[in-house]
Design a protein around this ligand. Structure first.
Ligand SMILES: [Zn+2]
Length: 430
């Protein structure tokens, strides 16, 4: 059924400014797409529509997380005193091995999907593990919840414990079984080589071939850490830069591609990303925690390279994308202190990155312009709005001070998304 929602509407068509409609209206068709947005009822198509009045609440696009590791959710907030490579060996890999057990996977993945929902993230680009069954389970949980996700069975066959290695043939077979079972509107597989050090040339080539054959998007990590970059140059001596080590296998923008971090991306790699339209998943908390360096977001924006925000659990410690906007602004201010040519991010830029820019990886998502899928959050900020703040200040205060308690309704592609089950049967009966 057609709906018209009335509330204080805030969104970003362009990065430089907010659209603000006090007591505005947004019309959504039965397929979940926005048909119109305006300051009064006459400006949208309300014929035969149910009108839902959210009163004094804020209505904004829902959040998108373009880089997160679901099987690291248990490790959130621990081992924050290590750099990338020892952190992988000592914490990440041992935890990911547990996902061979589907019961453990369900216990953890339910909590993960529930908490994405809690913080208003309706779309996510997710790393699972090498395990085909638990990857499919994670996809099912997103589907049951009604949330959008691109979920990657992780490809890896070197430089990690044996229990996390898989042959190229087994990787291809596992992916093909996932692809064959994919009948969802909002949840799909994404080709996921963990990063070059974890994948032999044969593995990278097979990933590129799968992506081309089934026209699947790609996600991985890029230029996070200087030791890692030097290692990649040794492992793929024919490549001219880290990005080229993906590009030569068809894993760098030949289909929609998102690369996490890009802290040290410059020169040829920057040009290649621009030419191929590769999105950067900027993970500011991860930059700070793993001490790899600060990604130069302004450089990407100036170059016209698409950018989204990633929580990067558990390199990042916070799943809340609103908080990620705050960190992105703060990190950009640290970059600005180092180099005054890199102007720090404004609030509208951070919001646009988290909504419309990140949302473009999932289709027409992240704005209320006509034709966009209606992904939205209704925020009741009455506890934060104690002295007649302007609508923009109310939104800013919510971004800086609010949390899940103020989110009253969540929508993904026009459907209201109710709370997913947090615990699995085994936990409930214990
Ligand atoms: Zn990551």
């Amino acid at each position: 059924m057609k709906k018209v929602y009335k509330a204080h509407i805030l969104y970003t068509k362009e990065q430089s400014r907010f659209e603000v409609l006090e007591n505005g209206y947004v019309a959504v068709d039965a397929d979940g797409r926005v048909t119109g947005v305006g300051a009064d009822l006459a400006s949208v198509d309300s014929k035969d529509a149910e009108i839902v009045d959210f009163g004094d609440r804020l209505l904004i696009p829902a959040m998108n997380d373009v880089h997160v590791h679901a099987p690291q959710y248990r490790n959130q907030g621990i081992a924050m005193d290590l750099e990338l490579l020892p952190w992988l060996q000592n914490y990440t890999f041992p935890e990911e091995m547990k996902y061979a057990d589907p019961v453990y996977a369900e216990r953890m993945y339910r909590r993960f999907v529930h908490d994405l929902w809690r913080f208003g993230t309706m779309r996510a680009c997710v790393f699972a593990t090498i395990h085909t069954d638990s990857t499919r389970l994670l996809m099912q949980l997103f589907q049951e919840a009604g949330m959008g996700a691109l979920v990657g069975k992780v490809a890896m066959n070197r430089n990690c414990p044996e229990g996390l290695q898989e042959s190229v043939e087994a990787m291809v077979q596992g992916y093909e079984s996932i692809i064959a079972a994919d009948n969802s509107q909002l949840v799909h597989p994404i080709i996921t080589p963990r990063f070059v050090p974890s994948c032999t040339s044969d593995m990278l080539r097979a990933c590129g071939e799968l992506s081309a054959k089934y026209q699947l998007p790609v996600q991985s990590h890029l230029s996070e850490n200087k030791d890692e970059i030097a290692w990649v140059a040794e492992l793929e001596p024919g490549s001219t830069c880290y990005g080229d080590a993906y590009n030569r296998y068809g894993l760098f923008g030949q289909t929609p591609t998102v690369m996490a971090h890009c802290v040290w991306t410059e020169g040829e790699e920057l040009e290649l990303m621009k030419r191929n339209g590769v999105m950067v998943a900027h993970c500011p908390t991860s930059n700070l925690n793993i001490a790899s360096g600060l990604a130069p977001v302004r450089t990407f924006l100036d170059a016209g390279i698409p950018v989204g925000l990633g929580s990067d659990i558990s390199g990042g410690h916070d799943l809340n994308i609103f908080r990620m906007m705050v960190y992105a602004i703060q990190v950009s201010k640290m970059c600005y202190q180092q180099n005054h040519d890199r102007k720090f991010l404004s609030l509208s830029e951070a919001f646009w990155i988290a909504t419309k820019s990140a949302g473009s990886f999932f289709g027409r998502v992240g704005s209320f312009e006509p034709g966009y899928e209606f992904d939205a959050l209704v925020i009741n900020d009455s506890d934060l709005n104690h002295d007649h703040y302007s609508l923009l200040h109310r939104l800013e205060r919510y971004i800086y001070l609010g949390d899940d308690r103020q989110i009253e309704h969540r929508f993904c592609c026009g459907r209201e998304i109710t709370e997913p089950k947090e615990k699995c049967e085994a936990e409930l009966t214990n």
